[in-house]
Design a protein around this ligand. Structure first.
Ligand code: ADP
Ligand code: DP6
Length: 418
C-alpha cells in the first residue's frame, strides 16, 4: 500500500415493493423481522440508486454525499454496514496501476461514498431499500468481499430491513430466519424478472401534507401494542407466503392479486390496531382502492392488484400491458392533473403505456368517459390535483456494476463528488 492512488467502483441497484409485507422486528439492532416477506423488484430504468465508492490512502475519514449533499455516516445503520463489509474485505491487486491492498489494510483505509437516487428520497418510494442495497453491493465489490448476493443481503438488512430484498431482480423472498445472530435472515430470489414479464406496475404518488410516522418507529409501536400483529405473524403470513410463492410460480394473477391486496389491507389494519393508531393511507388512497375493487368485481377475474407501504402512495400491478392502459385511463379519469400540468411530467417512466391508453395531451384526459363499471346516473367526481404524478414501470433486474467511468459520481483524481 503506497502512493496516492484512488480506486473506485460504481454500482446501480433497484428498489422493491413488498406484496407480502415486512412489519415488526424481533431484534431492533440486527433488524430481524417477525415474519417472512415477498417483494417484486422494480425496473431500475425508472427507479434506482447509483452509488460510487472510492478508497485511497489519502482519505483521512469515511465520508458520504447523498444526492450531492454531504451527510453524516455516524448513524448505527451506516456503521453496521461498513463494519460488516470491512470484516469480509479481501486482498485487492491491480498490477496495471500498481495498487496492492492487503486484507488487513482495509481496517485502516477510509472510503468516500457518493450516491444518487433517480427518484425522490424519503418520499415513500423506498429510497432506503435501494440506497442501502447499493451501498453494501458497491462496498463489497470495492473490498473484493467474496460473499454471494444472499450473504450480502444479510448485511444490507442491517441498513434497512427492506433493503435486503433489493439484492435480486424479479420476485424475492426475505426469509425471517431463526438464529439469534441473524445469519439466516436473508433474501433469496424466487424467480427472475423474465419469469412474469407481462406485469406492468403503475405507482400513484399521492400528494400528502402530513408528516408520516417512519416505518422504524411505526413498527416498533405495533410490536409493543398490537395483538393483531401477533396473529398476523404467527397464523396468517406463513400460509400466505406459501400461496404467494405458488401463485408467482404459476403466473396465477387472480390468486396473486387477491393475496397482494389482502396483505396490504391487513398491514394497514395492523397499523390501525397500534396504540396510538397509525394512519398511512389517506382519502385518495381509499379512492384508488375503491376504483380498483369496483373494476375487479365487474370483471370475471381481477385485472389489477394494489399495495400501499408506510404512506399514501398506491402501487398498482396490472396483469398485462392491455390492462395497464385501461387502468391508466381509469386513474386519469378519477385523478386528472391540475389544468396547468403537462402530461409528460404527470406520467413518468414507461410512457408507452400512456400511448396505449390513447392519451396524447390534457384534452384527451378531459374527454375520458367514466369507466363502464360505474353505473351511477351522475358522473363520479374527478379529484383534480390529488395525485402528484404517476410512474409506469415493470418488474426489473437486480444490482449491476457500471464500468463506464462517465457514470461514476466521484472524481477519480480527487475522490470528491464530480
Ligand atoms: P423512503 O420512503 O424513501 O425509503 P425513508 O425515510 O424510509 O424514506 O428513508 C430515507 C433514508 O434512507 C435517508 O434519510 C437515508 O438515510 C437513506 N437513504 C436514502 N437513499 C439512500 C442512498 N442512496 N444511499 C444510502 N442511504 C440512503
Ligand atoms: C411497509 O425496511 O423501511 O415498506 O427496517 O426499520 O428500515 P426498517 O424499515 P423499512 O420497512 C419497510 C416496511 C414496508 C413493508 C416492506 O417493505 O416489506
Amino acid at each position: 500500500m503506497a502512493g496516492d492512488w484512488i480506486r473506485t467502483v460504481t454500482a446501480q441497484t433497484p428498489t422493491n415493493i413488498a406484496v407480502i409485507k415486512y412489519w415488526g422486528k424481533r431484534d431492533e439492532n440486527l433488524i430481524l423481522p417477525v415474519n417472512d416477506s415477498i417483494s417484486v423488484t422494480l425496473d431500475p430504468a425508472h427507479l434506482c440508486t447509483t452509488t460510487t465508492v472510492a478508497v485511497s490512502p489519502g482519505f483521512d475519514q469515511d465520508r458520504m454525499w447523498l444526492n450531492g449533499k454531504e451527510i453524516s455516516l455516524s448513524g448505527g445503520r451506516y456503521q453496521n454496514c461498513l463494519r460488516e463489509i470491512r470484516a469480509r474485505a479481501a486482498e485487492v491487486e491491480d498490477k496495471e496501476r500498481g495498487i496492492k491492498i492487503a486484507k488487513d489494510d482495509w481496517q485502516k483505509l477510509h472510503v468516500h461514498i457518493a450516491s444518487y437516487n433517480n427518484f425522490p428520497t424519503a418520499a415513500g418510494l423506498a429510497s432506503s431499500a435501494a440506497g442501502f442495497a447499493c451501498l453494501v453491493f458497491a462496498l463489497a465489490k470495492l473490498m473484493n468481499a467474496k460473499e454471494d448476493h444472499s450473504q450480502l443481503s444479510a448485511i444490507a438488512r442491517q441498513g434497512s430491513g427492506s433493503a435486503c430484498r433489493s439484492l435480486y431482480g424479479g420476485f424475492v423472498k426475505w426469509i425471517m430466519g431463526k438464529e439469534e445472530n441473524g445469519s439466516d435472515s436473508l433474501a433469496v430470489q424466487l424467480v427472475d424478472e423474465k419469469h412474469w414479464d407481462d406485469l406492468v406496475i403503475i405507482i400513484a404518488v399521492v400528494s400528502s401534507r402530513q408528516k408520516e410516522t417512519s416505518s422504524t418507529t411505526g413498527m416498533r409501536d405495533t410490536v409493543e401494542t398490537s395483538l393483531l400483529l401477533q396473529h398476523r405473524a404467527k397464523e396468517v403470513v406463513p400460509k400466505r407466503v406459501v400461496k404467494m410463492e405458488d401463485a408467482i410460480q404459476k403466473h396465477d394473477f387472480a390468486s396473486f392479486a387477491q393475496l397482494t391486496c389482502a396483505d396490504s389491507n391487513q398491514f394497514h389494519a395492523v397499523c390501525l390496531d397500534t396504540c396510538p393508531p397509525i394512519f398511512y393511507m389517506n382519502d385518495t388512497s381509499h379512492r384508488i382502492i375503491s376504483c380498483v375493487e369496483k373494476w375487479n368485481r365487474s370483471e370475471e377475474t381481477p385485472q389489477v392488484a394494489y399495495t400501499f407501504d408506510a404512506g399514501p402512495n398506491a402501487v398498482l400491478i396490472a396483469r398485462n400491458r392491455k390492462t395497464a392502459a385501461l387502468l391508466l385511463q381509469r386513474l386519469l379519469y378519477f385523478f386528472p392533473p391540475s389544468s396547468d400540468t403537462d402530461m409528460s411530467s404527470y406520467v413518468l417512466g414507461d410512457k408507452s403505456i400512456l400511448k396505449d391508453a390513447g392519451i396524447q395531451g390534457i384534452n384527451d384526459v378531459e374527454a375520458l368517459p367514466p369507466p363502464p363499471e360505474i353505473k351511477d346516473n351522475v358522473p363520479p367526481p374527478r379529484n383534480r390535483g390529488e395525485v402528484s404524478y404517476f410512474i409506469c414501470t415493470r418488474p426489473g433486474r437486480g444490482p449491476v456494476l457500471l464500468s463506464d467511468e462517465s457514470l461514476a459520481l466521484l472524481d477519480p483524481s480527487t475522490g470528491l463528488p464530480k
